[in-house]
Write a protein that binds this ligand. Structure first.
Ligand code: F6P
Length: 360
């Protein structure tokens, strides 16, 4: 086997476990005698001449890096290279520049760690530029198809569950309804899992249309049953009863979900008469040490990605299915976008536990 030089980049929003993936790739490649080049800030690093990158060595990872949230390579969820936003407000197709950047690194293959949006971009770049791409799925939203789990989801759920653990005692001390808004664009996986694990009374996800009356009914029933507090989890992508997504507009005009927690908090207080407080968890779900589960997943994915390159199998994404790491076509994974399946075990479990999904 000839010595290979492979690239690796993180793309899209960060999450816990990215550094554990990078470490696994570097360790596996090192055992094969290969060199790994870390491309900085996703595809943005390739727009520099020479590209922003550095050779990664197993010693770079010491004992601490795999335990850290974030990504040592940096990432971006802005700047689609096919319509890159320029300073004057126009957009420009930078495909050629990025492919040139890739080619200048003389890589045998590149590993992209991303979600559905990143893979759509990377796959198109790979096809246009003749690049050998292997994908590793990461997203706290867990909405990528063909894999039971993506890196970062388990940690995000664990943070949201811990938030409910912390909200419950204060809710009980003050006879309050506590509402927790969690991330998830545009799927309710985090809310559903954390809500079950954290003992929520109501879980609101974008996949299930709800009514305020139904939520209020459940909360009143909890109180009438003798409990003095209630816990509600809402996914950021839940719409208002009128079907509107609430968003925050950031400097430069960029929008992100935000506001449904406070909106529903006041609606609940008004319709139940119970004191209600709202916590918005936000990026706390992304920037913390990965759970053991995410570290194991990251390690298995990193090893499998390098092995796919060794076998000369490209255009593939590693995936977790039925207790095994497998590989699927990147295109199939993107096409199979995965919202919460209303017939799934977890939806059934929530309902069977008496948790309200706020159904109309
Ligand atoms: O896709 C991951 C995610 O964390 C979503 O859950 C969330 O809506 C979004 O990214 C936030 O994006 P940003 O980091 O740009 O605020």
């Amino acid at each position: 086997m000839t010595k290979k030089r492979i690239g690796i980049l993180t793309s899209g929003g960060d999450c816990a476990g990215l550094n554990a993936v990078i470490r696994a790739v570097v360790h596996r490649a090192d055992l094969l005698g290969w060199e790994v080049v870390g491309i900085l800030n996703g595809t943005a690093g390739l727009l520099k001449d020479p590209p922003d990158c550095r050779v990664l060595d197993p010693n770079d990872f010491g004992g601490t890096v795999m335990r850290l949230g974030g990504t040592i390579l940096g990432t971006t969820n802005k700047g689609n290279p096919f319509a890159f936003p320029m300073a004057d407000g126009s957009t420009k197709d930078l495909t050629d520049e990025i492919i040139k950047g890739f080619k200048s690194l003389a890589l045998d293959a590149v590993i992209g760690i991303g979600g559905d949006g990143s893979f759509a971009i990377l796959n198109k770049l790979a096809q246009q530029g003749g690049l050998n791409l292997v994908g590793i799925p990461k997203t706290i939203d867990n909405d990528l198809g063909m894999t039971d789990m993506s890196v970062g989801f388990d940690t995000a759920v664990s943070v949201a569950t811990e938030a409910l653990d912390r909200l419950q005692p204060t809710a009980a001390s003050h006879d309050r309804v506590m509402l927790l808004e969690v991330m998830g664009r545009d799927a309710g996986h985090i809310a559903l899992s954390a809500g079950i694990a954290g003992g929520a009374d109501v879980i609101l996800i974008p996949e299930v249309p709800y009514s305020i009356e139904s939520i209020a009914e459940k909360i009143k029933a909890v109180k009438e049953g003798g409990r003095n507090f209630a816990l509600v989890v809402v996914s950021e992508a839940v719409k208002t009863p009128e079907g509107e997504n609430l968003e925050v507009v950031y400097h430069g005009g960029e929008t992100r979900y935000g506001g449904i927690g406070h909106y529903l908090g006041s609606q609940i207080a008004e319709s139940t008469g119970f004191e209600t407080r709202v916590t918005v968890l936000g990026h706390v779900q992304r920037g913390c040490p990965p759970t053991y589960n995410d570290r194991v997943l990251a390690s298995a994915f990193g090893v499998k990605a390098v092995d796919l390159i060794k076998e000369g199998r490209f255009g593939r994404m590693v995936a977790w299915q039925n207790r095994q790491v497998v590989d699927v076509a990147i295109e199939d994974a993107i096409a199979a976008y995965q919202q919460v399946d209303l017939e799934s075990t977890l939806v059934h479990t929530a309902r069977a536990l008496g948790i309200s999904l706020g159904d109309k």
